[in-house]
Design a protein around this ligand. Structure first.
Ligand SMILES: [Zn+2]
Ligand SMILES: [Zn+2]
Length: 283
């Protein structure tokens, strides 16, 4: 399998974006906070976090349920808004992680690469751009996903503009909120994005190091309750490596899995169907 080595510009742009977003969060010391800004941050965390878990992960990477093209596109769009790469790139890396979990070929294994490389550093290496996408070819039949992959960078300025304009308008219309366009932008976009990043990244780092291992999956994956709750169910990662096809990651009733609850809701209103779950494990 030949791999294409891309320009170092890609690595440099990821470093600039990641550093820039983290630094932009410090803007909070200038703009302060308000209830409206906190609500914007939580809403954007929920929308985009669930876009990644429901759209990128459970639908596109694992095909763990069925849905129509429009719903698939909307879920992939929300996932793309989380600034974690385009859908085809994300899926390709994730499938590679499942195929090579915690071996030398696993680009974000804390076992072989160390914690920080697994958490964030791997995206700033050439390896992050060497994925040739052969393992996500099944998704190439959807031109709308290829479109998102190709133009996903523009989602960044698009969101900045939209959140700022909406935030400025709402702050003006409701002066009692005590907010401003810039404040809503810092909270609703930058802080929310960085928070969503680290929650997703912790699935790769923390959930391959700390937590329970009820299943002997032959890798280091763990169930971590903290990431289970914060990561919309993705922290039940040992369950996931045992049953990667499953739309439900929190297998026990007490394993909170918000993505699964959303899928049940979407299924009840007919937007998704054929939710796959492991036959011998549900309670
Ligand atoms: Zn894993
Ligand atoms: Zn997975």
């Amino acid at each position: 399998m030949s791999q294409v080595r891309r320009s170092p510009l890609q690595v440099i742009s990821v470093v600039i974006i990641m550093l820039g977003f983290h630094l932009a969060c410090l803007g909070v010391f200038v703009v302060g906070y308000s209830t409206a800004a906190l609500v914007a941050a939580v809403l954007m965390f929920g929308l985009r976090g669930l876009g990644v878990t429901t759209g990128f992960h459970r639908l596109l990477a694992h095909r763990s349920f069925k849905t129509g093209r429009v719903t698939q596109f909307i879920l992939a769009l929300f996932g793309s808004m989380a600034i974690q790469g385009g859908p085809l790139w994300w899926v390709s890396h994730h499938r590679s992680h499942h195929a090579n979990t915690d071996t030398d070929l696993d680009i974000h294994s804390p076992a072989t690469k160390g914690f920080w490389r697994a958490h964030i550093g791997w995206m700033m290496t050439h390896g992050a751009f060497n994925e040739n996408g052969a393992n996500s070819r099944d998704l190439h039949k959807y031109p709308e996903l290829k479109f998102l992959q190709r133009y996903y960078f523009w989602i960044i300025p698009g969101q900045i503009l939209m959140i700022y304009v909406l935030g400025a308008w709402a702050s003006n219309a409701f002066p009692s909120w005590g907010s401003s366009g810039l404040q809503i932008l810092i909270w609703g976009f930058f802080i929310s994005t960085v928070f969503t990043w680290h929650v997703t990244f912790m699935v790769n780092s923390v959930c391959h190091r700390w937590g329970a291992r009820p299943y002997d999956t032959g890798d280091d994956s763990t169930n971590n309750i903290f990431i289970g709750i914060l990561g919309f169910g993705e922290g039940w990662h040992n369950n996931h490596h045992r049953f990667p096809f499953s739309a439900r990651h929190g297998i026990k009733w007490w394993q909170i899995d918000t993505t699964w609850y959303l899928l049940r809701l979407l299924s009840a209103i007919g937007l998704v169907s054929d939710l796959k779950i492991p036959r011998d494990s549900a309670e």
